[in-house]
Design a protein around this ligand. Structure first.
Ligand code: GDP
Ligand code: MG
Length: 440
């Protein structure tokens, strides 16, 4: 897939704004990737149309091909749609807070009930009571009891012959009396969606009045995801989604489908069978996966980090000679500003990662890069090539010319010195591989 994509993108090297044709060509490949990831067809269509509107006319970042630019836009849009920020399970209700798990048989409801209970206790110090309302499968209640034993989370004692609603009522009662903070209701599933299941879920919901109703779904769910999410949401009402078996090789298209049809956040993801294998949902990780298990992703990353090969080569040569002047720094700053501080040569270099982290950590944003560029552009050509000549009076002149302070000029020079030193060090033995990579 990656070859196919790069092949197409290589053909599109014109700079400027994205044309209809650029976007159309790239989106055809993106659409194929989404379908391969099992995103529901109607969602693929909606999504690509939305992206088309955004992409046409968008400015192509310098040194990136239009096709790569489209992929970057698609990726960002995918992350935005999946939910930029992780939404936690809400406990913002009077105790005991009821959380009801729903979903098909085998989707991971019981396992996730155990995982989430453990997490609420360990991380949020909550007193949790778990109850299995699955009276259909003979061993279901016993399965949850054993998970409770394993994790040390209390389970509601099993009483034979009770209906799911009776068990739910008993659980809420026991939680009130026992001073529990949270009640987790694990329900029964079926192999497919049917009316009796929906009716049972609605009845339990009416009895227990859950604060959260989490739809648990296997990340391998394919085209059924839309029907699944829509049915549960319409009939029972869903407050969030849990995506299980992220550790498997499903492409995760179900996440996008379910999110698109319900508008409900994906809150958690199951990453294994063990009780600690539960994580906050990472939209970026899933977006990467949906787009093609790293293929397109690396392309996207490259898109924001690519610089012209020539430029890289010239830079690498200079660095090998230990030359890295303020013009080069200015170019780097420009790239970092263009790409939100994430891109550019610096980001591609192992040794620079730390410095970049330090810069990011210090809360330096684009405006700082632009300011630093302004300082450099207030220097004469001679000064930029030979920063050593910068004495106090020259610094004063440069500060005044760029609307900054002498201190800021000094900071910039210090940063340049550190980078130049680091580059000199890297162009030694250790840096060989990297140099090769950059020049390639
Ligand atoms: P339920 O019928 O919805 O209650 O599903 P279960 O919780 O009983 O899970 C069915 C099977 O899936 C069990 O063997 C679980 O160990 C397994 N399972 C659940 N969640 C995950 C997960 O995130 N990753 C993996 N690998 N297996 C899981
Ligand atoms: Mg179960």
């Amino acid at each position: 897939l990656s070859d196919r994509l790069s092949g197409i993108f290589d053909g599109l090297t014109r700079r400027g704004a994205l044309s209809d044709k650029d976007v159309g060509t790239a989106l055809r490949e993106v659409r194929r990737a989404l379908i391969e990831a099992d995103v529901a067809l109607e969602v693929v269509r909606q999504f690509t149309e939305a992206v088309r509107e955004k992409a046409v006319g968008a400015e192509v970042v310098k040194s990136v091909t239009p096709g790569q630019m489209v992929v970057k836009i698609v990726h960002d849009e995918l992350v935005a749609m999946l939910g930029e920020e992780a939404e936690p399970v809400s406990l913002n209700a009077p105790s005991p807070v009821c959380i009801m798990m729903v979903g098909l048989q085998g989707s991971g409801k019981t396992t996730t009930t155990g995982k989430l209970s453990l997490r609420l206790r360990e991380k949020q110090n909550k007193k949790v009571l778990m109850a299995s309302l699955d009276v259909r499968r003979p061993a279901a209640q016993e399965q949850l009891r054993q998970l409770g034993e394993q994790t040390g989370v209390e389970t509601l004692p099993i009483v034979e012959g009770q209906s799911p609603v009776q068990i739910a009522n008993r659980a809420m009662q026991a939680a009130k009396l026992g001073g529990f903070d949270v009640v987790m209701l694990d329900t029964a599933g079926r192999t497919h969606i049917d009316e009796p299941l929906m009716a049972e879920m609605a009845e339990i919901r009416d009895a227990a009045d859950p604060h959260e109703i989490l739809l648990v779904a296997d990340s391998l769910t394919g085209q059924d995801a839309v029907n699944l999410a829509e049915s549960f949401n319409k009939r029972v009402g869903v407050t969030g989604i849990v995506l299980t078996r992220i550790d498997g090789d499903g492409r995760g298209g179900a996440a996008l489908s379910m999110r698109a049809v319900t508008g409900k956040p994906i809150k958690l993801m199951g990453t294994g069978e063990k009780m600690d294998a539960l994580e906050d949902f990472h939209p970026k990780r899933i977006a990467d996966r949906i787009l093609g298990m790293g293929d397109i992703v690396s392309l996207v990353e490259k898109a924001s980090e690519t610089i012209d090969a020539e430029q890289a080569e010239a830079m690498a040569k200079k660095m090998q000679k230990g030359l890295f002047d303020l013009d080069d720094l200015s170019q780097q700053l420009g790239q970092m500003a263009n790409m939100g501080g994430m891109g550019g040569l610096m980001g591609m270099m192992p040794g620079m990662k730390k410095m970049k982290q330090a810069i990011d950590g210090a809360g330096i944003d684009d405006s700082v890069f632009k300011k630093q560029q302004a300082i450099i552009s207030s220097m004469t050509r001679h000064e930029r090539k030979n920063p050593k000549v910068l004495n106090a009076s020259r610094k004063k002149r440069i500060a005044a010319g760029s609307g900054s302070s002498v201190q800021q000029v000094n900071q910039l020079l210090k940063m340049h010195r550190q980078m130049a030193d680091m580059m000199k060090a890297m162009s030694g033995k250790k840096g060989k591989g990297m140099m090769g990579k950059m020049a390639a």
